[in-house]
Ligand binder design. Structure first.
Ligand SMILES: [Zn+2]
Length: 277
């Protein structure tokens, strides 16, 4: 599933392709459930004729800002992908939404697993009210992070996956950040020392920024893998230290990396660097 670095990569690609400034001529919805809340015909009507003023990101949402003041939120979930149609290309079976632009281009949303969602929000809506802070913004300080964890008795891994704690993290980068900070994924959040919280704060920022610099993580070659707008693979897989590296040596101490299940998620860690609580 795309996490913050992969969504950020898609947003940067959409900007590089000149999506801001483009005008939507019409919209085609081929799988109605992709559109949250609105009936598809109302959704298409609301977008037709609107100019895209900017494309940005909040947590794992792609935010398409329109001149009407509405915002189109796109969540890729498991397998959602955006691409521009090649000349003469016809939509395939998993191409659920098309934005036809007045310059003749077609932005296609492809989603084999069909969990991805488009949602149109109106001015005044605050769809992000429940989300935690953006981990790469300057206001995400160690002090703020400590406040977010305060009094939390949950295990640190599921707490970090919870988007209300910190926005944008998923399974890959939580495992990587916990390894970097030398914290076991099953530690109860309220047992973390001030030094551990500072290390974890720094680790979250480091692993996310590195992954953005590498244009995201693409593992293997299956359809569920991450590909950015131009079908480009991310280069971050080689930078991963523990994620899906069970059975291989820890890059820090050489101990064999272990895999356990925490909160129903496959979890990778070094049993020596990340001591069991
Ligand atoms: Zn180790």
């Amino acid at each position: 599933m795309p996490e913050l670095p992969e969504v950020e990569t898609v947003v940067r690609d959409l900007r590089a392709h000149g999506l801001p400034g483009s005008v939507i001529r019409s919209v085609a919805v081929r799988w109605p459930r992709t559109i949250a809340e609105l009936p598809p015909d109302a959704f298409c009507r609301a977008l037709a004729g609107k100019t895209i003023t900017d494309v940005s990101r909040r947590a794992k949402f792609i935010v398409v800002n329109l001149d009407s003041g509405d915002r189109l939120l796109i969540h890729l979930r498991m397998t959602g992908k955006l691409r521009f149609a090649a000349p003469g290309e016809r939509p395939g079976p998993h191409d659920h939404v098309s934005l036809h632009l007045t310059d003749g281009r077609e932005l296609i949303f492809n989603d084999t697993r069909k969990f991805g969602r488009f949602r149109l929000t109106q001015p005044g809506d605050d769809p992000f009210a429940a989300l935690g802070p953006e981990p790469l913004e300057a206001d995400f300080t160690p002090t703020l992070f400590k406040q977010r964890l305060k009094g939390k008795t949950r295990q640190i891994k599921p707490l970090l996956l919870d988007q209300t704690t910190v926005a944008g993290l998923g399974n890959i980068y939580v495992d990587e950040a916990l390894w970097q900070a030398r914290i076991h994924p099953e530690r109860r959040a309220d047992t973390l020392t001030a030094a551990e919280i500072r290390r974890l704060h720094a680790a979250i920022r480091t692993v996310l920024q590195r992954a953005i610099d590498n244009a995201g993580t693409t593992l293997g070659s299956g359809e569920a893998n991450f590909y950015s707008v131009a079908g480009r693979r991310g280069r971050n897989a080689d930078a991963l230290k523990v994620f899906r590296r069970d059975g291989m040596p820890c890059p820090r101490c050489g101990t064999v990396i272990d895999r356990i299940v925490v909160a129903q998620r496959g979890t990778h860690f070094c049993p020596r660097c990340q001591k069991c609580p």
